[in-house]
Design a protein around this ligand. Structure first.
Ligand SMILES: CC(C)(COP(=O)(O)OP(=O)(O)OC[C@H]1O[C@@H](n2cnc3c(N)ncnc32)[C@H](O)[C@@H]1OP(=O)(O)O)[C@@H](O)C(=O)NCCC(=O)NCCS
Length: 142
């Protein structure tokens, strides 16, 4: 199992995984230089994580999805751990209120709820839960 940077030839497979994950956000991989996209690969790409550096030391998760046939095998956890190691600092994300699976994953990795945005999501309209994860200078979570 390998976590590596997204390459342009991954685009079709990443789009396929995104189409199969309606709970994922609609952010797609662009050429914005602030974006960091990682993929996780076995025989083929099974998942991806898209993040954006929003300020020095601050990163926002824009999208995360794993192929439905490869879920509950620790792939998203591996992707997130790799990204958190590469980019220490303050992390933010929004997640649908109904998406208990993703919230549990994020909590396991040290994210905590810091806000709620009513009506943040459309189709269907739903509250967005805002989560953050802060890494202190000693490497612990504060
Ligand atoms: C959320 C998602 C990325 C998780 O990917 P995954 O590779 O299956 O997750 P992992 O196997 O790494 O799971 C790690 C932990 O997260 C939690 N978790 C993951 N999926 C879960 C589920 N369906 N139900 C409950 N807990 C779940 C568990 O605590 C799990 O640990 P465990 O398997 O030891 O119990 C995947 O379900 C997905 O692609 N969903 C659709 C897109 C989406 O919701 N993206 C997030 C948008 S914010």
């Amino acid at each position: 199992m390998t976590v590596r940077a997204f390459r342009p030839d991954d685009a079709a497979r990443v789009a396929e995984i995104q189409r199969a994950a309606p709970e994922a956000s609609q952010w797609s991989v662009q050429s914005d230089p602030s974006d960091v996209c990682l993929v996780i690969e076995r025989e083929r790409v099974e998942g991806f994580l898209l993040c954006r550096q929003i300020a020095p030391g601050e990163v926002e998760i824009l999208n995360l999805a794993v192929d439905p046939g490869a879920r509950r095998q620790g792939l998203a956890r591996r992707l997130l751990q790799a990204a958190l190691e590469r980019c220490p600092g303050i992390w933010y994300l929004e997640v649908r209120e109904s998406n208990a699976a993703a919230q549990k994953l994020y909590e396991m990795l040290g994210f905590r709820v810091c806000g709620r945005r009513t009506g943040y999501y459309k189709n269907p309209t739903e509250t967005g839960i805002v989560m953050t994860r802060i890494h202190d200078a000693n490497g612990g979570l504060s």
